[in-house]
Structure formats: structure tokens, C-alpha cells
Design a binder for this molecule. Structure first.
Ligand SMILES: C[S@@+](CC[C@H](N)C(=O)[O-])C[C@H]1O[C@@H](n2cnc3c(N)ncnc32)[C@H](O)[C@@H]1O
Length: 227
């Protein structure tokens, strides 16, 4: 492992905006479950970014919406380090980062504790559909924590993941709130100014895919409790 990575691992241990549970012993609920409002010191809505990487959405949205709480979740500590460090440097108080697999999300959040979920450039898992973050397996997990009116946002470069998610939405009769198959293109499917502003936040991977000439797709949907 590189020196920089080791330094980040050590530093992230000292950050009070990062929670790194002992995943090996995580066979029951984590102490945060149902108590995030106490950690944040307020009862503002909570929005998650799953597979947040360096946390560009978590940080970008937190700056735009100081009265909403954001939690970026990723398994990679060295990536989380970047977002957490930015929040410390810029005194952004409405953010936590959680180092965990998304698979364990129900250990960390209680029923109705989450208002929205962002999936940013998630791995399309071409050979393992069950592992896609919009598969029925994961949607069932989100159902246990997301408010009834809660929404899920997917931003992706992957045609496979985009089409798969649209098919899931259609077959389960979820409700599409917004969608766009070329977020940075000219035609934006009547996306509101507010949505365009939010979609202008670019993640690390997003910038790479844009440079590669890939179109960035977005869909926002609700109604996962209806099934
Ligand atoms: C392609 S990267 C995207 C990162 C970031 N959202 C971006 O757009 O730059 C996918 C991220 O998801 C994380 N990841 C993949 N599967 C995960 C899982 N099951 N639980 C937690 N994190 C996961 C990886 O560690 C990686 O940081």
C-alpha cells in the first residue's frame, strides 16, 4: 500500500465526521441506528449517497442545502478521506461519512430515517445483476429505511445500469419523477432549474466519463413502498 494511502487511513481515524464501525463484528444494529438526529444535533431530513467515493455529491449538496443532513457511505476509507477532509477544512457541519458496505445499510438506519438516496456512478455489475444498487435486493433494503414519500436518484454513465433501472421502475410500477439521458447535453427533458443546478455537481468518476465522451444519465423515482 502507498505511503499516501496509509497516511490517509491514519488521518481518517481522527476525523470526528467519519464513522468506521468494526464491520467484522457487525452482526447487530449499530448504535447510530435511529439516533442520527442526535449525532447531527437536529432533526433535519437525512439524505444518503451510496458508494460516495470522494463524496462530491454529499459535499456539494450539503453546501447547497445547509438545513438538510447528508451521509456519504463507501467501503473505501481512502476515498472517504477526501470528502471528510473538505468538510473539516470548510467547516461543513451537516455531513457524516460512514465506512461500510451498502449491503449492511439496515444495521445503520431505522424505519423512515432517510428522506432521499443518491446512487452516483455505481458499479453496473454486468455479470451480477443482484449486486446492482437498484436491484430488488437493494430496493428491499432501502424500503426499510426510506420514508414513504422518499425518492431515489441514480446518476450514471452506464447504459446497462440506466436501462436496467428504468425496466425495474416500469415493471414494479414505481413513479418516475425526472429522467434525462444526457444530463450535460442540450436537451434536458424539462428538468427544472433547481434539478439542473443539482445535476451540475460532478463527481470524480463523472468527470472521467465525460472526458471519455460518455453521456451521463439521470433518473429520479419514488413509490418503492407501493410494491
Ligand atoms: C465507480 S465508483 C463511484 C464513486 C463516486 N460516487 C464517483 O462518482 O466518483 C463506485 C464506488 O462505490 C463503492 N462501492 C461499490 N460497491 C460498494 C458497496 N457494496 N458498498 C459500499 N461501497 C461500494 C466503491 O468503493 C467506489 O468508491
Amino acid at each position: 500500500m502507498g505511503k499516501d494511502k496509509l497516511k490517509r487511513f491514519a488521518e481518517v481515524e481522527t476525523f470526528n465526521n467519519v464513522i468506521q464501525p468494526d464491520i467484522k463484528n457487525l452482526d447487530s444494529n449499530h448504535e447510530t441506528k435511529g439516533f442520527w438526529h442526535i449525532k447531527f444535533g437536529n432533526s433535519n431530513p437525512i439524505i444518503l449517497e451510496l458508494g460516495c467515493g470522494k463524496g462530491e455529491y454529499t459535499v456539494g449538496l450539503a453546501k447547497k442545502f445547509p438545513n438538510i443532513n447528508f451521509i456519504g457511505i463507501d467501503i473505501k476509507g481512502s476515498r472517504i478521506w477526501r470528502g471528510a477532509k473538505t468538510c473539516i477544512e470548510e467547516n461543513i457541519q451537516n455531513v457524516f461519512f460512514l465506512r461500510s458496505k451498502v449491503d449492511f445499510i439496515n444495521h445503520f438506519f431505522d424505519k423512515n430515517e432517510v428522506s432521499e438516496i443518491w446512487l452516483t456512478f455505481s458499479d453496473p455489475q454486468p455479470k451480477k445483476p443482484r449486486k446492482r444498487l437498484t436491484s430488488p435486493l437493494f430496493i428491499d433494503r432501502y424500503k426499510k429505511i426510506l420514508k414513504k414519500e422518499g425518492v431515489i436518484h441514480l446518476k450514471t454513465d452506464s447504459d446497462l445500469l440506466y436501462e436496467y433501472t428504468l425496466d425495474e421502475i416500469s415493471s414494479k410500477n414505481y413513479e418516475i419523477i425526472n429522467h434525462c439521458n444526457d444530463v450535460h447535453g442540450f436537451i434536458k427533458n424539462n428538468l427544472s432549474q433547481k434539478t439542473q443546478d443539482i445535476l451540475s455537481i460532478k463527481t470524480f468518476y463523472e468527470s472521467i466519463w465525460i472526458n471519455d465522451g460518455k453521456k451521463i444519465k439521470y433518473v429520479c423515482f419514488s413509490g418503492i413502498h407501493n410494491v
